[in-house]
Design a protein around this ligand. Structure first.
Ligand code: ZN
Ligand code: ZN
Ligand code: ZN
Length: 149
């Protein structure tokens, strides 16, 4: 089952139509990369599809999140961001608090440790998100330069 078919199926189940606008938004979402805010996706879509409004983009992203095909992320800058979500694509995030850069990483060791911690508490993990906040390499260099002056 492809991602698109899953979304169509979800819409069908909820009595919603797979309109052309929704398809356009889904395509844009899938090709635009990760961690997009509604505003950013809307701006991308508007270039080629001026007829699609912000509200439609907003609603479609919410539907994607409700269907489980997208995950909502909040990285502390006041924006809700969306990314594709699936088991195979699990990753965690390093977030720069200065420039907002988001770095994705995957570390089997960390994943295993989390399982161990949960098991120790008789806890079964359904999902998790690990977000580490700090300064990216680029911002650290800038800071050092400023101090040198
Ligand atoms: Zn993880
Ligand atoms: Zn940075
Ligand atoms: Zn991500």
């Amino acid at each position: 089952m492809t991602y698109k078919n899953s979304f169509r199926e979800y819409l069908g189940k909820h009595g919603l139509k797979a309109t052309r606008q929704r398809e356009v938004i889904l395509d844009a979402f899938l090709s635009a990369g990760s961690h997009l805010s509604t505003e950013e996706l809307y701006r991308t879509i508007r270039e080629k599809n001026p007829g699609i409004g912000y509200a439609t983009v907003h609603r479609t992203l919410k539907l994607l999140a409700e269907s489980g095909l997208a995950a909502q992320r909040h990285f502390g800058d006041g924006h809700t961001r969306y990314e594709c979500s699936s088991e195979e694509q699990h990753h965690d995030h390093l977030i720069c608090t200065v420039c907002g850069t988001i770095i994705e990483f995957e570390n089997p060791g960390i994943e295993r440790l989390q399982e161990q911690v949960a098991a120790r508490h008789g806890f079964v993990i359904e999902q998790h998100r690990l977000e580490i906040y700090g300064r990216c390499a680029g911002c650290l260099v800038k800071k050092e330069k400023k101090q040198a002056i």
